[in-house]
Design a protein around this ligand. Sequence first.
Ligand SMILES: CC(C)(COP(=O)(O)OP(=O)(O)OC[C@H]1O[C@@H](n2cnc3c(N)ncnc32)[C@H](O)[C@@H]1OP(=O)(O)O)[C@@H](O)C(=O)NCCC(=O)NCCS
Length: 199
Amino acid sequence: MSLGFKCIDIGLDKLEEAAAIHAASYPADHVSGSMGHDLIVEYYSGFLTGKNFFLGCVSEDSITELMGVVVFGKGMPLNITEFKSKNRSKLIKFFLSNPRVFFRFLLKRFAGYIQKSDRFDEAENIILSIVVRENVVGAGSFLMGLVDDYCATNNVCKLGLYVSCSNVRALNFYYKTGFKVRAFVSGQYYMEKNFRVSE
Ligand SMILES: CC(C)(COP(=O)(O)OP(=O)(O)OC[C@H]1O[C@@H](n2cnc3c(N)ncnc32)[C@H](O)[C@@H]1OP(=O)(O)O)[C@@H](O)C(=O)NCCC(=O)NCCS
């Protein structure tokens, strides 16, 4: 299904839908994608306020059905730390009831310790999550266009993101939208896109 899209701000009323898209579309080996609906809602709720942006898109002819979302901006590490400390017991429960996910998570952590990670300066602005409804074509490019417009009009000189080395679909997407691999960190690539800033 290929459509034209419109941008919307994501608020409380759209969190459940955003979480459902996240759970259905993220690859099965992705921790946040397997966390379960309630924890994903909790995870995303931390990005409704603060220094970041939480945008979504709907098709031009439907004002209701969400097609995809993107979370980007500043302050991501702090939000994630808060999410982890607020939901420690739920996360432990989740890992205990999903030993495969837990094992993969531990393996990644372990690989991070033994593999040599590259040194790099992380961009201040990061894309934390970009995800689209299954079988919808073009929504990812539309959302990335919104992020690009923000960066270009707000003098953002570089934008970063992390992507699992096994997420071929996302890697293709990021190459296509102008990102380059800058570093390898614990089974993930850190990718970056540069923007021209006006003096
Ligand atoms: C990554 C993602 C947001 C891209 O959105 P999208 O709507 O599929 O992307 P578009 O339809 O705009 O396609 C843009 C480009 O992405 C790449 N791409 C999209 N789907 C692909 C697929 N199934 N396989 C390989 N490459 C693909 C192609 O390069 C495509 O360009 P082309 O159509 O000219 O070949 C989407 O695939 C997604 O939600 N993935 C699951 C969540 C995820 O992994 N997010 C990234 C986490 S780091």
